[in-house]
Design a protein around this ligand. Sequence first.
Ligand SMILES: [Zn+2]
Ligand SMILES: [Zn+2]
Length: 349
Amino acid sequence: MTRRQAPVAHSRAGEPERDTGGPAPEDGLRGEGASRGGGPGGAESWDGWRLVADYHTHTRFSHGRGSIADNVAAAARAGLAEVGICDHGPALLFIGLRSEERLDEMRRQVEQAGAGNPSVKVLLGVEANVISPDGDLDISEGAVAGLDILLVGLHPQIRPSLWQGAWPLVWKNGVGWVSRMLGLDGRAAAEARRLNTLALVRAVERYRVLAVTHAGLKMHVDMEELAEVCARRGTAIEINSLHGYPREEDLAVALRCGARFIISSDAHHPARVGWLEAGRERARRAGIPPHLVLNACKEQASSPGADQLRSGPPGAACGQQARQRWRRERGWAERGRTGFGAKNGMAGW
Ligand SMILES: [Zn+2]
Ligand SMILES: [Zn+2]
């Protein structure tokens, strides 16, 4: 994996312009979303905003139905400016990547598909599994360093060979589910929730994560604790269109904590790439203003329309610049350390 995506052009003092009409960088600070856009009756309108990227799609490299080329072509048809190919990490039983070496072949196909669809920026990522309360992921740091984007999430179906490290998560969640089914007291479920939250928080602290996927799905989390760390670290809370997680009430909590968001399809079929409406509806109901959604973009007054968005700016620049600004605000680009995560700078995003 040798490819590094070129950073976007910077206009002044290294600051990329964001032509969304959106607010200044400090908008992600705690409570801003709630005071400006959140809450019933006070929500900023989504009129004129569109979602220009879908960062979470699956292919046959895990358990999606289409190829990378299929997903990219679908993204182009949907008028998206960016698409993420983020298959499941190898820890997922039966359906994860067979090995992280597959990423080399994926990179080759990403480049090929991108060349065939120049209107779409194709980002290679992984939906990595957090497999221990210490935030360990199921791909190596070397593999992460070759990615454009990194998503992390909790999934219960971890390969038994990895249970040694994952055992506290597997065991506590199992006991928690059973105790809930039997209507027993909530101590086991609460302990599982605490460990799940700890695992995600540590992963977000250790890695440069674009977003935490479908938080709360099957494995409960404390959204306040998670969102506060995400806001500080520059990690978005994903609003997952397929699974309906996080729930609306958790989104409202994340908003109050100063988090930012991405809305994604979690498409497992090319026809679902760019299917973001369910997520947008949930965001709207939770009072999330569109300027806090990193893949939302305000169309210009002249209404460029899909054709113009497909051709690149303003649509392409908009989602990409929002991501990069968010990252820079949290020191991702400036950290300048050598070694994992900094030498590559996650240049693609
Ligand atoms: Zn997932
Ligand atoms: Zn997924």
